[in-house]
Design a protein around this ligand. Structure first.
Ligand code: CMC
Length: 427
């Protein structure tokens, strides 16, 4: 009879140890080594956590080989094609879709909570012109915790949800204020007549009084197709399992700090270009390459082991076939090409890179495919969003995922403070 255990032998001593294999509902099984140190006196070694599960979760599932991504069991393709970002937020937080009435009430609550305390508004003045919006965003979210100290002790479901709804609704306002401050232009307050995504675009683009740009043929307006494209981008970013920034959020949660401070730490972790900062770097790199005829030379640089140049927007720790979010965005990009005027020189450079990399032995043998960040930049540029706001847009979408993971961590009675060990090689 087979046993659901794994036996490890120490070949130095001949001692054997047996550990339970835990079966998840999907994905690889997990070896339970919680008593390994107590049993053997040794640590396990796994820099970058390439083979380590640090928690049990029911939120998001990824199958990197198949290119599959699900939130609460629902495929990302269904969410992106048939549901809105707010429905996805409700699903992540409540493990089910809202009824029509619940969605209406959720939407209203999110609209009403989007305003910031006037004291917080003044904080933006403390930052220099040209401050990167990610730095301002992280600082402002930490500052937000000072206005809601009661969120440090929560027991009831309503308290968790109020805390989560508050940060989801205020994040677009904070991001838009951070951007407008970086340009020295007046803030645009949220408008409760507008839905989540259109409201954000308005706070980014409008003139005081909520008016859009005035042209010779009247006011420009925000097109429905732009709202749909950005809403899809938010949905695709909503959560992504135990990635670097979520691991940081859970790590801060494990110490008992305020949830918004944990989110602020997640923002800091996301900023780096190996993670969410890649979307800004992709466009900066396309601009740097400058023309289609220079692409091949840059591909050669990316392949050279002695050159630290990497193709931004390529590769992923988990996806080794394709990134399903990238596939959806590529489809959306093709769909929006005419309506949003995507046929630019940058787009031509991006297409050339994609074409070469998808057939080049270096990229194929290492399973390096375009990831979500390769496509978001082109679409966001067409939505008149500047590069420095690409990663804040990732933050807006990901806030629901971080806070859902934070709540899951808090409710998990087996959770412990995050405290890895080390292999000491010093004096
Ligand atoms: N361009 C050229 N070579 C690459 C790239 C790239 N973008 N990515 C990985 N490689 C090579 C790497 O040099 C290594 O080659 P070798 O085996 O010869 O040493 C091999 O592929 C494996 O790379 P790795 O760094 O060990 O892989 P990882 O899983 O630790 O890193 C990654 C994953 C995403 C950090 C990395 O692929 C990368 O830096 N990509 C560019 C940045 C990027 O697009 N990041 C966004 C990720 S998706 C959005 C998100 O979830 O945040």
């Amino acid at each position: 009879m087979t046993k659901n255990t794994f036996t490890l032998t120490n070949n130095q001593t001949g001692d054997t140890y047996e550990y339970n294999i835990l079966e998840g509902t999907r994905g690889p099984s997990v070896l339970d080594i919680r008593t390994f140190f107590a049993d053997t006196g040794m640590f396990t070694y796994d820099p970058g956590f390439t083979a380590t599960a640090a928690c049990e979760s029911t939120i998001t599932f990824i199958d990197g080989k198949k290119g599959e991504l699900r939130y609460r069991g629902i495929a990302i393709e269904d969410l992106a094609n048939k549901h809105t970002y707010l429905e996805t937020c409700f699903l992540l937080l409540n493990s089910r879709f809202p009824s029509e009435k619940e969605l209406y009430e959720f939407d209203l609550e999110i609209r009403h909570r989007a305003f910031l305390h006037e004291g917080l508004r003044h904080l933006f003045n403390a930052f220099p012109d040209n401050a990167h919006p990610m730095a301002t965003l992280s600082a402002a979210v930490t500052a937000l915790s000072t206005f809601y100290n009661d969120h440090i002790e929560m027991n009831k479901e309503e308290e968790y949800l109020e805390m989560a709804h508050r940060i989801i609704s205020k994040m677009p306002t904070i991001a838009a204020f951070a951007y407008r401050h970086s340009l020295g232009i007046p803030f645009i307050q949220p408008d409760i007549d507008l839905g989540f995504t259109k409201n954000f675009l308005t706070m980014m683009r409008a003139y005081p009084g909520g008016k859009m740009h005035l042209c010779t043929n009247g006011h420009e307006h925000i097109k429905d197709v732009e709202v749909r494209a950005l809403d899809t981008i938010f949905t695709l970013h909503s959560d992504h399992e135990q990635n670097a920034s979520t691991t940081v959020v859970r790590g801060v949660a494990s110490t008992g700090a305020h949830p918004y401070v944990a989110i602020s730490s997640g923002i800091a972790a996301l900023w780096g270009r190996a993670h969410g900062g890649a979307n800004e770097s992709v466009i900066a790199q396309l601009e740097y390459i400058g023309s289609v005829d220079k692409v091949e030379a840059f591909i050669e640089r990316a392949k050279d082991p002695d050159d630290d140049f990497r193709l931004m927007g390529f590769g992923h720790r988990v996806y080794k076939n394709f990134d399903p979010r990238a596939k959806i965005l590529k489809g959306l990009q093709d769909e929006l090409r005419e309506e949003l005027g995507l046929d630019t020189e940058l787009m031509a450079i991006a297409r050339k890179i994609e074409e070469i990399a998808l057939s080049d032995e270096y990229f194929v043998s290492r399973n390096l495919y375009p990831n979500i960040d390769f496509y978001t930049g082109i679409i966001l540029t067409a939505l008149q969003i500047p590069k420095s706001m690409f990663t804040p847009i990732f933050v807006i979408g990901r806030t629901v995922g971080w806070i859902t993971q934070w709540i899951e961590f808090k409710k998990d009675e087996t959770s412990k403070i995050a405290r890895p060990r080390q292999l000491y090689m010093g004096e």
